[in-house]
Design a binder for this molecule. Structure first.
Ligand code: XLS
Ligand code: CA
Ligand code: CA
Length: 438
C-alpha cells in the first residue's frame, strides 16, 4: 500500500523552542505528569467523520480539500482508501484511538441490508489494520440525523417504522463497536428535539428515546459490550430545542429513566459554550455526579452562535479541563478531536498541524493543571472557604444532626451574621495567570 501523506514524517516531540511546524512542542507521550504518562492521561482519538470526510464544504461553497485519497468518492474503494489514510495519519501522529459513525465508514445505500453488508466488509478491513498497528477504537455511534427519514428524530420520531430503522442502525453500530473492542458507545441526539410544541408531545418522545436506550443497553450487554454508553449533550443545532441540552439535563433524564448505571456523558467543549456554560462547568457537573466518561476535544467561537468544531488552542480552557480530569483520576474514555480544519486550511499538512495543535494544547493544559494542583493555593482557598462547616453548628449541618428550629435558635442567639470572608476571585485569577505564564 502506497503512502498517502507523502512528505509528512512521523511527528516527534522536539520541545517548546522548536520552529518545526511538524513537531510536538509540548506533547511528549512518555513524559510523566501527575503520576501518569501523558499518553495515559490523554488517550487521543481521531474523528473519522471530520478528518477523513469533511472537505471544507459549507453552506456557501463546495469542497476545498481533496479527500478522495486517490479513489472515486462514494465507492467501497474510497471507503478503503479512507481506512488507509486514517491509519497512516494516526500512526504518523502517535494517535492510539479512533471514533466513528456507521455511515462514516461506508457510503450508505438505499437498502439497509446492503449498507450492513458493506459495513461487514469494511470492518474486517479495519480490524486487520487495528491488529497490524495496535490502534484501538474509543467509541462508536450511529448517525441517526443525516438521512431524511430522521427528520422528526430517531428515538423521538413520529414513525414506528423509522424507530425500527434507528434500532437497526444502533444494533449494527454496537456490533461494530464490540468487534473493534471500543471503550464506549455514544448517543448524540442529533434530531432528538423539536421546533414547536404545536406539533410535539415531549413526554411521549422522551419516553420513547429512553425505551430505545434501554433496548440498546440490553442488546449491548448481551453481545459482550462492557464499556460505557454515553449521552453527548448539546443545547441546539440542528433542533431549536434539543432534549439533551446540557450535562445537568442529561443526568436528570438518565436518572428519571433508570439509565444512570450504564451511561456516562461525553462532554464536548463547543456544546458546553453553546449551552451558555464553560467547558469546565460541564465537566464538573458530570464529575460530581459520577458521570464524566469521555471528552470531545474542540472549541467554539464566542462570536458565533453555532457549532464551529475548531481545533482547541485555548490553553486556559484546556488547563481547567485537565484540572477536572486529574481531580477525577483520569477518564475511562478519551479525548476525541471532534474538530475540523477551517475551510481555507486545505492541505494535508494542515490536517497534521491541526492535530499537533490540539494535542499540544491538551498536553500544555495537563502540565499546567498539574502545576496548579501542586501549587495548592486554589485548593487551599476552597478548603478554607467552607471551614465554618468543620465544627460547631456547621458540622451538625453536615452530619444531619440538627433541625430547622435549632438553626433558627442559633441564628437568634447570634442576632446578626458576619459577612463571609472574601471570595478572593482576582487573587485566584492572578495565581492562574502566574502559573500559566511562568
Ligand atoms: C455534533 C456532534 C456529533 C457527535 C457524534 O454536533 O458533535 O459529531 O459527536 O454524533
Ligand atoms: Ca461531538
Ligand atoms: Ca460538535
Amino acid at each position: 500500500m502506497s503512502e498517502i501523506f507523502k512528505g509528512i514524517p512521523e511527528i516527534r516531540f522536539e520541545g517548546k523552542d522548536s520552529k518545526n511546524p511538524l513537531s510536538f512542542k509540548f506533547y511528549d507521550a512518555e513524559k510523566t505528569v501527575a503520576g501518569k504518562k501523558m499518553k495515559e492521561y490523554l488517550p487521543f482519538a481521531m474523528a473519522w467523520w471530520h478528518n477523513l470526510g469533511a472537505a471544507g464544504t459549507d453552506m456557501f461553497g463546495r469542497d476545498t480539500v481533496d479527500k478522495s485519497f486517490g479513489a472515486e468518492k462514494g465507492t467501497m474503494e474510497h471507503a478503503k482508501a479512507k481506512v488507509d489514510a486514517g491509519f497512516e495519519f494516526m500512526q504518523k501522529l502517535g494517535i492510539e484511538y479512533f471514533c466513528f459513525h456507521d455511515v462514516d465508514l461506508v457510503p450508505e445505500t438505499e437498502d439497509i441490508n446492503e449498507t450492513n453488508a458493506r459495513l461487514d466488509e469494511i470492518s474486517d478491513y479495519i480490524l486487520g489494520k487495528m491488529k497490524e498497528t495496535g490502534i484501538k477504537c474509543l467509541w462508536g455511534t450511529a448517525n441517526m440525523f443525516s438521512n431524511p427519514r430522521f427528520m422528526n428524530g430517531a428515538g423521538s420520531t413520529s414513525s414506528a417504522d423509522v424507530y425500527c430503522f434507528a434500532a437497526a442502525q444502533i444494533k449494527k453500530a454496537l456490533d461494530l463497536t464490540v468487534k473493534f473492542g471500543g471503550r464506549g458507545y455514544v448517543f448524540w441526539g442529533g434530531r432528538e428535539g423539536y421546533e414547536t410544541l404545536l406539533n410535539t408531545d415531549v413526554k411521549f418522545e422522551q419516553e420513547n428515546i429512553a425505551r430505545l436506550m434501554h433496548l440498546a443497553v440490553d442488546y449491548g450487554r448481551k453481545i459482550g459490550f462492557t464499556g460505557d454508553f454515553y449521552i453527548e449533550p448539546k443545547p441546539k443545532e440542528p433542533m431549536k430545542h434539543q432534549y439533551d441540552f446540557d450535562a445537568a439535563t442529561a443526568i436528570g433524564f438518565l436518572r428519571q429513566y433508570g439509565l444512570d448505571k450504564d451511561f456516562k456523558l461525553n462532554i464536548e467543549a463547543n456544546h458546553a459554550t453553546l449551552a451558555g456554560h464553560t467547558f469546565q462547568h460541564e465537566l464538573r457537573i458530570s464529575a460530581i455526579n459520577g458521570m464524566l466518561g469521555s471528552i470531545d476535544a474542540n472549541q467554539g467561537d464566542y462570536l458565533l452562535g453555532w457549532d464551529t468544531d475548531e481545533f482547541p488552542f485555548d490553553v486556559y480552557e484546556a488547563t481547567m479541563c485537565m484540572y477536572e480530569v486529574i481531580k477525577a483520576g483520569g477518564l475511562t474514555g478519551g479525548f476525541n478531536f471532534d474538530a475540523k480544519n477551517r475551510r481555507p486550511s486545505n492541505t494535508y499538512e494542515d490536517m497534521f498541524e491541526a492535530y499537533i495543535l490540539g494535542m499540544d494544547t491538551f498536553a500544555l493544559g495537563l502540565m499546567k493543571a498539574a502545576e496548579l494542583i501542586e501549587d495548592g493555593r486554589i485548593d487551599e482557598n476552597i478548603k478554607n472557604k467552607y471551614a465554618s462547616f468543620n465544627d460547631g453548628i456547621g458540622k451538625k449541618i453536615i452530619d444531619g444532626s440538627t433541625s430547622l428550629e435549632e438553626l433558627a435558635d442559633y441564628a437568634a442567639s447570634l442576632k446578626s451574621a458576619e459577612t463571609p470572608a472574601s471570595g478572593k476571585q482576582e487573587r485566584l485569577e492572578g495565581i492562574l495567570n502566574q502559573i500559566l505564564f511562568k
